[in-house]
Design a protein around this ligand. Structure first.
Ligand SMILES: [Zn+2]
Length: 269
């Protein structure tokens, strides 16, 4: 008899699934009860904290990005080269988007915030992270018509229940008054996680992965768009999104992220 079709195997698989669903529900309920009973812990060092997610010590360790930086990519400069001087990266590999800005450098504390928001349902962190982003991107927000979050593929969105970029974009909409168009972009095919891929692999992984939804066309054409994402690493994802928006006749595309990877301290030319 085929083992796959065996009734006892069938029942035991279903029993195991039911048990695991029940276990997940119980652990969720226990976590909720703990959240009510215990003070909030700093997401980075686990010390009790009043209010929003990060204690004063960890906040002080966050590396906020301030001028001088490359006007195109937002990469911080070690010294001020004067107005309109671009970074080597911006000249060697000009992106499809016009300007990128980030609130902080992607370091240990920033990583714990991003991971907690993305993988641990810590949506309570979004207001602070979004406010820091709105401050870092104030120049872009002054010029913008709409905010568009980088989308997840629907399968990943369904598993994770919400899109972290959408959660950040909602806060920035409230802060700036720039209208959020949450479903303008679609991820039309699932992509591999970018972690561990080289720069060229990252670019080919996301090439053609995004498309402006037909319902979003009218909201994008002729508008100045800001793409919102949590982290900018090689920029391949936001570049692919910017190309899709420009194909849909966006007037301009800028990028605003919570954290960006900064390799060492590269001097501007
Ligand atoms: Zn802390």
């Amino acid at each position: 008899m085929n083992a796959e079709a065996s009734p006892s195997r069938f029942l035991s698989t279903h029993f195991r699934r039911a048990l695991s669903t029940c276990r997940r529900a119980c652990s969720h309920a226990a976590k909720l009860a703990l959240d009510i009973a215990l003070p909030t812990l700093c997401v980075s060092c686990r010390e009790p904290v009043d209010g929003e997610g990060v204690c004063a010590d960890c906040w002080a360790r966050l590396s906020f990005i301030a001028p001088p930086y490359c006007p195109r990519l937002g990469i911080p400069f070690v010294y001020d080269p004067g107005p309109d001087m671009l970074s080597m990266e911006a000249i060697a590999n000009p992106p499809a988007y016009a300007r990128a800005r980030a609130a902080v450098r992607y370091d240990d504390v920033a990583r714990t915030l991003v991971h907690a928001l993305k993988y641990q349902d810590r949506t309570d962190l979004a207001p602070a992270m979004g406010r820091w982003m709105a401050r870092a991107g104030s120049e872009l927000l002054d010029d913008a018509d709409v905010l568009v979050p980088v989308p997840l593929h629907w399968r990943r969105a369904w598993r994770r229940r919400y899109n972290q970029s959408g959660a950040l974009a909602r806060v920035i909409e409230r802060q700036s008054g720039v209208k959020l168009v949450p479903d303008a972009l679609n991820r039309v095919r699932p992509t591999q996680q970018q972690i561990g891929l080289s720069r060229p692999q990252r670019a080919s992984n996301v090439q053609g992965a995004f498309k402006v939804a037909s319902a979003g066309q009218a909201l994008i054409a002729g508008r100045r768009v800001i793409l919102i994402d949590d982290v900018l690493t090689s920029g391949a994802t936001v570049d692919a999104c910017a190309r899709a928006l420009l194909r849909a006749k966006a007037a301009a595309v800028d990028v605003l992220v919570f954290a960006r990877v900064v390799d060492g301290h590269k001097a501007p030319i």
